[in-house]
Design a protein around this ligand. Structure first.
Ligand SMILES: [Zn+2]
Length: 653
């Protein structure tokens, strides 16, 4: 076969008077290999011939499609005509990274062009280019290793130059690593671990990387792979953007019926809930949806072997679907139990560990792990992290508006503060009494919704609050949310109540719990605020963390959180206090849509007010203690019980 080709050129262009009817260039070996017309083979066929897994792999040696039959369809669909993007949401143990490296190997050999691998961070990128690409993909494969140049200079910590193309790595935290190179194949690995984009102005790593594909508009490949985290995570959002998400249908080796494997068909013995025993004795099994056939691990492997991908909506087999619809962007979702490396018993056990009854203290973490790591589904934590019942158990018997009184003549209350949230039609508030000391024990004194500003002014400043002995307390400082539609009115109140009320706004990720801004003008106007006001910026994460910690204190322990009597507390106080949850992935407090959190916000502001006053540094006044006998003789009075430390326990202990 002749591989040299003749190039006809205009003689005028030829330097040095070299005149002729053209000259011959000789393509290098690698170019010849690519230029050569070869029979088109599918990536899965190519993989069995040329892909060899390196020593770092769980199963080193030649690639075998039957190790993970559900991968074969993904490989071949990725190079089906018209497909440009593959979004693959998968459990961690299903071999997705090796699969995507196989696709990279295929493109090096069959469809070359500059490639980029995007990892969550630089350390992962550095590690993977050596371990997964050089030693795991290129060097072990006799075919792919022929593209290596033989020069060590062609390997760097973020790039490999092959004879005919380059492989770059980039990482999500560095936009510059993603810029300025035309790319034909881009692989976004573990996208749910990418850092969140903090502002709308900032462009995320994925759109930045995707811009690189423009040069190869018609032949580019874009792969996004990850285990899922939450519904807002990158991979789940990518799946939602795909034109079709294919699901794997296994085929029962007993009755022959095709079905998707669902967790609800997993079984375990009625009387065993010991997860270690279930895993050790392989007590889990699977029940075929069609005939109730019982599968052990071996049957499951066979069922997967016989399976195929389908569009779950139409039921059409994947390659038939691809041929007819020619989608540009396709998705896959792969649960762990399709993998032969995950036993059915392991799945059952992982599920049990994520239940309140059978899991340990970290059952919730395990429930999330089961959802993400086995079902390959995002985790939605709409369960309350703080128990409503537990919050109600914090009620004592004090009447509403009563401050806890002294015990043995020792005052307990270091001060009263209030937090006010601002709604369009009402003003939710809490008045909180804080105890002495760093533990910041606290008692709700009054909570509710004021309808007008003057009503609220009466509640906050129009009266004093008494303990059972008649000692009077005033609200020392109010933190009042000034955002929303009523900023002007609130600034006006602030000018009238200087030193006793500060307008606030909630912020996240400011560099101190509280910062201050001087405001000279009313919002959206050129009208000066007489004397100006100080606006407090509150780091809401800081104070929400603090509040959440306070709520976790057992009743009676230092730092306890007390409500007044249950009958007078607002009926939905506990529910509002439990609505927000902390998202570990985002490292942020989240408010599920439709849930009210007014009191929660008010409590946050009240804590911030106490922080601003430096209340935890206050020393209790030295008071002459009564002689011991007198105390002993003293019977607990009604006021002790109503206003006492651990009310309700007094008589029973
Ligand atoms: Zn069956």
């Amino acid at each position: 076969m002749k591989v040299a080709c003749k190039v006809v050129i205009d003689p005028k262009w030829v330097p040095g008077g070299h005149v002729g009817d053209g000259f011959t260039i000789k393509p290098c070996k690698a170019e010849r290999k690519v230029l050569r017309k070869r029979k088109r083979i599918k990536p899965s066929e190519w993989a069995e011939k040329h892909r060899v897994l390196g020593q770092e792999s769980a199963l080193p040696g030649p690639w075998r499609n039957d190790t993970a039959p559900y991968v074969t369809g993904i490989l071949d669909a990725a190079y089906a005509p018209g497909v440009k993007e593959v979004d693959w949401c998968a459990a961690p143990q299903v071999g997705k990274t090796e699969a995507v490296n196989t696709l990279l190997g295929y493109s090096i050999d069959r469809d070359p062009g500059p490639a980029m691998l995007v990892y969550p961070d630089q350390a992962t990128a550095k590690h993977n280019i050596v371990k997964r690409i050089r030693k795991g993909l290129l060097e072990p494969s006799p075919r792919l290793s022929t593209y290596l140049t033989g020069s060590e200079d062609d390997f760097s910590s973020n790039r490999i130059n092959l004879q005919h193309m380059a492989i770059y790595t980039a990482w999500a935290k560095s936009p510059s690593s993603l810029a300025n190179k035309p790319i034909k194949i881009i692989i976004f690995d573990e996208v749910d671990k990418y850092p969140k984009v903090s502002s709308k102005k900032e462009t995320g790593p994925i759109p930045l990387g995707e811009k690189r594909l423009r040069t190869y508009k018609w032949s580019s490949k874009n792969f996004k792979i990850s285990s899922p985290t939450i519904p807002g995570g990158e991979i789940w959002q990518a799946l939602l953007g795909a034109q079709v998400v294919f699901q794997y249908y296994v085929r029962c080796p007993h009755c022959g019926s095709y079905q998707r494997m669902h967790f609800k068909q997993f079984r375990m013995p009625e009387d065993v809930r010991d997860t270690e025993r279930i895993e050790a004795e392989l007590l889990g099994w699977y029940e075929c949806e069609n005939m109730g056939c019982r599968w052990d691990d071996h049957d499951r492997d066979k069922a997967v072997q016989l399976g195929e991908y389908r569009d779950p909506v139409s039921g059409v087999e994947m390659f038939a679907y691809l041929k007819v619809h020619r989608p540009r962007r396709i998705g896959f979702q792969t649960p762990a139990w399709l993998s032969r490396f995950v036993t059915l018993s392991e799945v059952v056990s992982a599920f049990l560990k994520g239940t309140k009854e059978h899991g340990g203290s970290d059952w919730k973490e395990m429930a999330k792990d089961f959802k993400n790591g086995y079902e390959a589904e995002p985790w939605e934590d709409f369960h309350v992290q703080r128990d409503e019942d537990k919050i109600e158990a914090m009620c004592d018997e004090r009447p509403r508006m009563m401050v806890p009184g002294p015990i043995d003549g020792l005052p307990r209350i270091a001060g009263l503060v209030a937090g006010v949230d601002t709604q369009d039609k009402s003003l939710p508030y809490v008045i909180v009494a804080f105890g002495y000391g760093k533990a910041e024990e606290s008692w709700r004194v009054r909570t509710g919704y004021a309808l007008t500003i003057s009503d609220l002014e009466e509640i906050l400043w129009g009266q004093t609050y008494k303990d059972a002995e008649g000692n009077e307390h005033r609200v020392e400082l109010v933190f009042w949310d000034a955002m929303g539609h009523r900023t002007k009115e609130i600034y006006t109140v602030a000018t009238q109540r200087r030193g006793r009320m500060l307008p606030i706004r909630g912020r996240v990720n400011i560099n101190a719990p509280l910062t201050f801004s001087d405001i000279e003008y009313f919002p959206k106007s050129k009208i000066k605020i007489p004397g100006g006001v100080k606006l407090v910026n509150i780091d809401t994460k800081f104070f929400k963390d603090d509040l959440s910690t306070a709520l976790s204190v057992e009743p009676g322990d230092p730092g306890g959180f007390h409500l007044y009597n249950k009958d007078e507390m607002p009926h939905d106080y506990a529910a509002q206090m439990c609505a927000e949850f902390f998202d570990d992935e985002l490292q942020a407090w989240m408010q599920p849509s439709g849930r009210k959190v007014d009191y929660w916000d008010c409590e946050v502001y009240a804590r911030a007010a106490w922080y601003h006053l430096g209340g935890s540094n206050r020393e209790p006044p030295k008071i002459q203690r009564k002689p011991k006998e007198q105390i002993k003789q003293k019977q607990p009075t009604q006021s002790d019980i109503l206003g006492g430390w651990r009310p309700g326990w007094f008589g029973t202990r």
